[in-house]
Design a protein around this ligand. Sequence first.
Ligand code: C2E
Ligand code: MG
Ligand code: MG
Ligand code: MG
Length: 283
Amino acid sequence: NADRAMYEAKRAGKNRIYFFNDELSQEVKRHVQVHNEILEGIRKGEFELYLQPIMTLTSNKISKCEALIRWIHPDRGIVSPIDFIPIAEQTGVIRALGDWILEEACYLSDLLTVKGVDVQIAVNRSVAEFFPKDTVERWLHIIDQYEIDHHKLVFEITESLLMDSGGNQLDKINQLRDKGIAFSIDDFGTGYSAINYLRHYPVDFLKIDRSFVTDILDDEQDRTLVEVIIKMGQTLGIQVIAEGVETKEQLAMLEQRGCDFIQGFYLSKPLPLDDFIAFYRSY
Ligand code: C2E
Ligand code: MG
Ligand code: MG
Ligand code: MG
């Protein structure tokens, strides 16, 4: 009987291992496929940067925008970045895609300036994009192909990049900042938030994550956290942007608490270039 039990357990175990391997290889296959489709998509021009307006609360002017990638897929329609950026980060293809994103953002910045649309453009940078040794040179080379004012570029990074002590990430950030590129901490408050790093890392903006803003009217704890982040920004000389503002009540509360900028569906969802320009002009 014991032998029999051992036999069954082994069999079950083996089956599980086979099943697991199968699942794993399915996932690897899917990742390889998405990786290749992204490279092909870049070549075929399937990606587009939408622009979401960001308003200065003291002047009520649109002063910035955030570039958010969309995949205009021939079969699948408009694909959200949530469905391919994490995979791109895992396979490493985010670096090729990120270079395309930066180049496109520079092109858009140039175009917007020509059209009299005076905004900073914020570009999301994944942690993995900072790993290669030549990241700074590569990015500066891309930027220098365009006659744009470096001060019009903002790089949005996450707290995890600042927590990564190895790899000279601080040096890279400083080199880019020396060239006039501003830095923003995205999704602020959702990471480890070892706020100690803010004393050592020179950043220009904090973006309060949408999850803190959503219930700001009803949830006292969330409201307090938002107030603390704004106070902290004021103390450290870092301007604060609230993400995910959807109502005028949220806007009013943030304004009253001294928040510097807002972004969210209350103003507008992310827009294709022409719609963004029309929005800016009619605002
Ligand atoms: P994120 O950088 O925090 O961008 C904000 C996300 O919140 C965007 O989603 C935006 O459409 C959405 N959003 C803005 N306002 C509101 C609002 O009022 N209500 C709600 N419910 N949502 C709002 P999106 O465009 O789907 O992007 C998701 C994430 O994908 C981004 O989060 C960012 O982490 C990543 N991502 C997008 N574009 C890029 C890119 O070009 N490069 C990299 N590395 N990541 C990107
Ligand atoms: Mg962002
Ligand atoms: Mg964000
Ligand atoms: Mg966010």
